[in-house]
Design a binder for this molecule. Structure first.
Ligand SMILES: Cc1cc2nc3c(=O)[nH]c(=O)nc-3n(C[C@H](O)[C@H](O)[C@H](O)COP(=O)(O)OP(=O)(O)OC[C@H]3O[C@@H](n4cnc5c(N)ncnc54)[C@H](O)[C@@H]3O)c2cc1C
Length: 292
């Protein structure tokens, strides 16, 4: 176990140190410290030094580009919640995370790199078709978030790379819905969650996106199910017909969920609750009143 802690002056130096030492990036430390073998120290669980990056200004910025919002990996959750350019839906999601004290330290980069299926910013990124920006001394990459996260707690980040930020398309939806199911409001990790977005033209559904948290090894989205709804609804104005299409697609969703039992919840509860939340959202979007 190495006791070294590195503190680069800027991103360039951080990338060199990452390549030369394999230093483990440490942003807010709110996940890394929990996993640390020696609680309260800067040691991580590997034979590598820890590298502080949370202070690097290049990684703390929020910028707008034509059609996109770019969020620096080390922007704290608190700073994002208060930023005027951050979309309301994302500020609401961040407001449901942890407590103000944790949010002052925690970063979006840490949330995504931790790659928990219950990580609260991941369903938003996935639903928005957001990408992860990675850098090494020699290269820059932009990877869709679903490809970047390879499984529970794992990513495809190379040993010489650092996540520098996230590029999120600036896209307006007519319907936006987020629900986090947790034991309580503050400091409670997600049992299950959903981010749902829909866009209509002349009352016709043209874009639908549903991302589910904590009901599989990764945050889950099904372009097939989304497309099935978009394709089968035009011309079906009858309520009964719409209800049948919706029920069939929700059954498809239920088949692809693979929730687990753990200390926070049961697989059965997780699966049931996200399907109900999806039904609630879709009934509203399709103009079918909600019946519990
Ligand atoms: C009390 C408490 C409550 C919490 N509540 C929630 C909650 O409600 N919802 C939720 O989703 N999470 C919650 N968390 C988990 C945690 O706070 C978040 O996941 C947070 O966003 C992690 O950010 P961080 O900067 O602290 O990450 P760190 O702990 O610094 O890092 C996490 C992981 O990401 C890697 N990493 C960090 N930044 C980079 C980078 N730029 N490039 C490459 N790798 C990087 C680290 O090496 C580490 O493996 C909670 C944690 C605590 C302690």
């Amino acid at each position: 176990m190495k006791d070294t802690a590195l503190r680069p002056r800027d991103l360039k130096e951080a990338l060199i140190l990452r390549r030369e030492t394999g230093g483990i990036p440490y942003a807010g430390g709110t996940d890394l410290m929990v996993r640390s073998a020696r609680w309260g120290t800067v040691n991580a669980d590997a034979d590598r030094p820890v590298m502080f990056i949370g202070h690097l200004e290049e990684l703390r910025q929020v910028a707008t580009e034509p059609g996109f919002l770019v969020i620096g990996a080390c922007a704290t959750l608190s700073s994002l919640r208060d930023h005027p350019d951050v979309p309301v839906l994302l500020t609401r999601i961040i407001g449901s995370m942890a407590s103000p004290a944790v949010r002052n330290m925690a970063t979006m980069g840490g949330n995504v790199c931790n790659a928990s299926p219950a990580g609260d910013t991941i369903p938003y990124l996935l639903a928005m078709n957001g990408t992860v920006l990675c850098a090494s001394t020699d290269d820059r990459k932009e990877i869709p978030v679903n490809e970047f996260i390879s499984g529970p707690g794992t990513t495809i980040l190379a040993p010489d790379e650092i996540v520098t930020g996230f590029r999120i398309p600036r896209y307006q939806f007519d319907h936006e819905f987020h629900k986090k199911v947790a034991a309580r409001r503050a400091n409670a990790l997600t049992k299950a969650s959903i981010v749902a977005l829909a866009r209509k033209i002349d009352d016709r559904l043209v874009d639908l996106r549903l991302a589910f948290g904590a009901v599989g090894p990764k945050v889950l989205r099904s372009p097939d199910c989304e497309q099935a709804l978009v394709d089968s609804l035009p011309g079906t104005n009858g309520r009964h017909e719409r209800e049948e299409i919706l029920a069939a697609v929700l059954k498809r969703y239920a088949r692809i969920l693979s929730p687990i039992d753990d200390q926070r919840s049961t697989a059965d509860y997780r699966g049931t609750v996200v399907i109900r939340l999806a039904r609630h959202f879709l009934k509203e979007v399709l103009g079918l009143s909600y019946q519990p």
